[in-house]
Design a protein around this ligand. Structure first.
Ligand SMILES: CC(C)(COP(=O)(O)OP(=O)(O)OC[C@H]1O[C@@H](n2cnc3c(N)ncnc32)[C@H](O)[C@@H]1OP(=O)(O)O)[C@@H](O)C(=O)NCCC(=O)NCCS
Length: 159
């Protein structure tokens, strides 16, 4: 990973950068600006149970991960890295930050859904210790596609 790249929690001032990255990734979950505002606001219902991590270089924010934790379970809701910064460890580092945060929230499991054709993300999640737990038929639209449901226990931190 670029040695200048650091991880931190996102704030409302990152909204613009997050929207640009998300809208540049068709594979990522797409949220409205209003949804993002709620997620970034720790006093809102949406923000209270979530954390958003961003990877930042001297060029600005290059990736993000959104994780939710409640009642002992957590979900990795979205991960995306700018095209030019991929393949350098940023996505994996963001996921590990999300997993560590969920473990701190006393979650004991993490789940996620990923398009069945998204080979890069599937490979990243397998490398992080997630295993396939099932499929949801035609879960995604535009284009219609199955979701692979993955999960892992997180009571012990991943290496
Ligand atoms: C998936 C994504 C976040 C990965 O980010 P990244 O910064 O490239 O990931 P990393 O460099 O940390 O790589 C993590 C692992 O992913 C896999 N990977 C990364 N790039 C890959 C490629 N081009 N081909 C196959 N596997 C790849 C590897 O297993 C890699 O681990 P390794 O380097 O130890 O072999 C990025 O490709 C992305 O933003 N994609 C679009 C959005 C998306 O698909 N989000 C997930 C939706 S569920």
């Amino acid at each position: 990973m670029n040695p200048d790249c650091g991880m931190r929690r996102a704030s409302c001032s990152d909204l613009e950068a997050l929207l640009v990255i998300e809208r540049g990734c068709w594979e990522a979950a797409h949220w409205s600006e209003e949804m993002w505002r709620q997620v970034l606001d720790p006093t809102s219902q949406g923000g209270a149970t979530r954390a958003v991590f961003v990877a930042q270089t001297t060029d600005g924010v290059v990736g993000f991960a959104v994780v939710q934790s409640a009642a002992g379970e957590s979900e990795l809701e979205s991960v995306a890295v700018k095209l030019a910064e991929r393949g350098c460890g940023v996505g994996g580092a963001l996921c590990r930050a999300a997993i560590a945060w969920a473990a701190e929230q006393t979650a004991t499991e993490m789940h996620l859904e990923v398009r069945a054709s998204n080979a890069t993300a599937l490979r990243m999640y397998l490398a992080l210790g997630f295993v396939e737990q099932g499929r949801r038929r035609s879960y995604y639209r535009d284009p219609a596609e199955d979701a692979v449901v993955m999960g892992q226990p997180i009571s012990t931190r991943p290496s």
